[in-house]
Design a protein around this ligand. Structure first.
Ligand code: SAM
Ligand code: DTB
Ligand code: SF4
Length: 331
């Protein structure tokens, strides 16, 4: 398919209009000459956003390790031996302390992650408390707790949760190579509940797990064809952790990661596209290309959930060097 054909088919600005992307169309974007792809992504990005503003989310693992799912990439799965201890849930006071510190460092969103297949009733009571307390600080709240039922979704909505993160992770065709303990449809069902309840959806995936180009395009198609597509789209580069089945996975070419960001930006113009896990292993130059490709959000703070992230000083220096600034400080 030529660039002109893609151009002809795609005429869309807002994420409430239906726009169907075929996997073939998305694959055609992936294979554009690099400069053409970056130019397209920049055009879309600049139509929708200040290209120099970046949204900063800080992550906190509120319940670490011992997870009953077998996600092949994840150091927190009880199926793997990545040396992550099964710890008890943090107290609300510890969470609020971490959120305040993140806010003081300049983060505008605080995302609470738990190594659960799904939360229990008891877990929910504590999480509701955490969401209310973090929100009271004036931060945007996000949680990622696994699958949700209707009642739990409603509890989070009432607590004032702004975003729920639940990743599709990969395309349906490759999913079975990575996870066997829950279905793709389970993930779609949770996302649908969150959407129906009126919370913002945060959903993305991981690249570099051995998927081929068509499968990578398939992940983007799944996300971009949601109606509406997620407001927040984390694109993670696999963090290879010793003791997980994907520890020895071949390194993804960094330019293929940049291309994934660009394709996400073009297919989901108004979404916050987050340059997510994997930044610690990335050079400043590759990160700069990701921003050029349309990434406008990062995880900010020394730690992701169990693995490292660039420290705040390195990120501040990088943003300064690029003439970029936190979104929250831009208005
Ligand atoms: N347990 C919940 C769940 O799976 O929905 C929430 C936490 S889970 C760690 C959130 C997401 O982190 C996963 O869906 C995956 O996309 C991402 N993730 C986990 N381990 C990763 C790794 N090693 N590299 C990149 N992303 C990872
Ligand atoms: C997302 O897409 N990536 C984050 C967050 N959402 C929860 C998690 C990345 C985890 C990387 C591995 C770890 O630190 O355990
Ligand atoms: Fe558990 Fe989430 Fe890790 Fe899967 S990704 S093993 S569900 S913590």
């Amino acid at each position: 398919m030529t660039t002109q054909t893609i151009e002809f088919v795609r005429q869309k600005k807002s994420n409430t209009e239906v726009q169907r992307w075929s996997v073939a169309e998305i694959e055609a974007l992936f294979t554009l000459p690099f400069s053409d792809l970056m130019f397209r992504a920049q055009q879309v990005h600049r139509e929708q956003f200040d290209p120099n503003a970046v949204q900063l989310s800080t992550l906190l693992s509120i319940k670490t390790g011992g997870c009953s799912e077998d996600c092949g990439y994840c150091p927190q799965s009880a199926f793997h031996s990545a040396g992550v201890e099964n710890r008890k849930m943090l107290d609300v006071s510890e969470v609020v302390k971490a959120a305040k510190a993140a806010q003081d460092a300049g983060a505008d969103r605080f995302c609470m992650g738990a190594a659960w297949r799904e939360p229990s009733e008891e877990d929910m009571a504590a999480v509701v408390d955490m969401v209310k307390s973090v929100r009271a600080l004036g931060m945007e709240t996000c949680a990622t707790l696994g699958m949700l039922n209707d009642e739990q979704t409603e509890q989070l909505r009432v607590a004032g949760l702004d975003y729920y993160n639940h990743n599709l992770d990969t395309t349906p065709e490759f999913y079975g190579n990575i996870i066997s303990t829950r279905d793709y449809q389970d993930r779609l069902d949770t996302l649908e509940r969150v959407r129906r309840a009126g919370m913002h959806v945060c959903s993305g995936g991981i690249v570099g797990m051995g998927e081929n180009l068509t499968q990578r395009a398939g992940l983007i198609a799944q996300l971009a064809n949601m109606n509406p597509y997620p407001e927040s789209v984390p694109i993670n580069n696999l963090v290879k952790v010793e003791g997980t089945p994907l520890a020895d996975q071949e390194e993804l070419d960094p330019l293929d990661f940049v291309r994934t960001i660009a394709v996400a930006r073009i297919t989901m113009p108004t979404a916050r596209v987050r340059l997510s896990a994997g930044r610690q292993q990335m050079s400043d130059a590759v990160q700069a290309l990701c921003f050029l490709a349309g990434a406008n959000s990062i995880f900010y703070g020394d730690q992701l959930l169990t693995t490292g992230n660039p420290d705040v000083e390195r990120d501040r220096a990088l943003l300064d060097k690029l003439g970029m600034y936190p979104f929250a400080e831009s208005h």
